[in-house]
Design a protein around this ligand. Structure first.
Ligand code: UD1
Length: 416
């Protein structure tokens, strides 16, 4: 299978692009569909590799998975769904850990191979496990697997040391079918958490406070299958916004929720782009000059770590020096060495990158090291003079639906 993208750089990116459904919301909502009996129908789920792998796990477990003619994803879960998520599939996807909460919620047991996913630093599971234990689960870590079973499920109060997205989601899913009241303190506030809460509520769960740092869940006995539309992907939107800003282009981005994009909009405006909301979409017009900015990644509503690499790529050609501090994941500056091959001047020390703007980048052969690093290399390729060949493009296909055609629709010459 092809595993590289060749991009001809140095041109303005102009036109219209439609954003797909959110990867991270889709993954957790697919995992949560296990909680219901009957046929769950999900609209707006992107056809990307990460979704495909999660669906393969569900099929292995006995679920019926079908893409209907209009693009709706249908999932039917058998009563005796297998409670194991095998190593071969789980290692490909970090989000396979989200089956812990839903399998426990549905079958009262789960055996999950310790998940894989992008290599962006140590990604422990302690907060997930702490939450499941407070609700009455027994957790054993052995031979690379997490085995969870239930002693006696009962709602409880959990304080998360860090507002982990995955831990908040796993606890929400289990708490939805756990007797009594569960409270999550210092919960994650990301839009994908709110989307999960809306989905679970549509299924009959009783959830309050999603989107704030205190989420309260009253357990219900049975959840029903529903039809639900997933929110648009704010990181995909942000990436196309960044492409317009980086190239002095003009892009109309359709299918967005503008409030989810505020932190990204703010930084793109600081670098000199003009960002306006038009009829539910967002138009970004880039400036010929890119101004340096400082960025600190933080949990929502702070600047998203999933947009950090893309911003760093743009700032390589800013008129001055920018400082980027990565506060969420270690190892998220791996693409810096690749950017240097294209002429970037970046110094990394621990969690901080100092980016000294250069007049231009030049095309080179580079390789993606994770999903968002891949997106950053695409932006660098768009800015650069000449051709850039990005190897390991499979990382990019994990999270960006139909990216080659969407770029072509914006006038980019992509060879794949
Ligand atoms: C999710 C997103 C990912 C995004 C991240 C932060 C999905 C499928 N992925 O990942 O795209 O970059 O949120 O917005 O939704 N941590 C612990 N202990 C734990 C769990 C997490 O220490 O038990 C730490 C992690 O090491 C990391 C930080 O918390 O430093 C954030 O992780 P978390 O919010 O859990 O991210 P994910 O859910 O893995």
């Amino acid at each position: 299978m092809r595993d590289s993208l060749i991009i001809e750089g140095g041109h303005r990116v102009c036109g219209e692009v439609r954003v797909s459904g959110a990867k991270n919301a889709s993954l957790v909502i697919i995992a949560a569909s296990i909680l219901a009996r009957g046929r769950t129908q999900l609209e707006n789920v992107p056809k990307i590799k990460d979704v495909e792998v999660l669906l393969d796990i569900l099929k292995y477990q006995g679920c019926l998975v079908e893409w209907e003619d209009d693009g709706t994803l249908a999932i039917e879960v058998p009563d005796n769904i297998l409670t194991e998520s095998p190593y071969e599939l789980s290692k490909k996807l970090r989000a396979s850990n989200l089956l812990l909460g839903s399998l426990l919620g549905r079958r009262r047991q789960a055996k999950i191979s310790l998940p894989g996913g992008c290599d962006i630093g140590s990604r422990p599971m302690d907060l997930h496990l702490k939450g499941l234990q407070v609700l009455g689960s027994k957790v054993v870590l052995e031979h690379g697997y997490i085995e969870a079973s239930v002693i006696k499920l009962q709602g409880g109060r959990i304080y998360l040391d860090f507002p982990s997205v995955g831990a908040t989601e796993n606890i929400m899913m289990l708490a939805s079918t756990t007797p009594g009241t569960t409270i999550i303190d210092n919960a994650a506030k990301e839009p994908e958490i709110v989307d999960l809460a809306n989905f679970l509520s549509a299924m009959g769960a009783k959830i309050r406070g999603a989107g704030t740092d205190l989420i309260k869940i009253e357990g219900t006995e049975e959840l029903k299958a529903v039809r639900y539309a997933v929110i648009p992907d704010r990181i995909e939107a942000g990436t196309y916004m960044a492409a317009a800003a980086a190239t002095g282009g003009d892009v109309m981005i359709e299918n967005v929720i503008p409030t989810h994009l505020l932190p990204i909009k703010a930084k793109l405006e600081e670098i000199g782009a003009d960002v306006t909301q038009i009829n539910g979409g967002i138009r970004v017009r880039g400036n010929d000059k890119i101004y340096p900015v400082d960025i600190k990644t933080l949990p929502y509503p702070g600047f998203p770590t999933d947009m950090q690499s893309q911003m760093l790529a743009i700032l390589t050609i800013a008129q001055g020096t920018s400082v980027i501090v990565e506060n969420v994941f270690e190892n998220r500056f791996q693409m810096v060495d690749e950017l240097k091959r294209m002429g970037a001047k970046v110094k990394v020390e621990g969690h901080t990158a100092v980016v000294e703007g250069v007049p231009h980048l030049h095309g080179a052969r580079v390789k993606a090291t994770d999903l968002r690093a891949g997106a950053a290399l695409i932006l660098a390729a768009l800015i650069a003079r000449g051709q850039t060949e990005i190897d390991n493009a499979h990382y990019i296909f994990r999270g960006y639906e139909d990216i080659e055609n969407k770029l072509r629709g914006l006038g980019v010459k992509v060879i794949s």
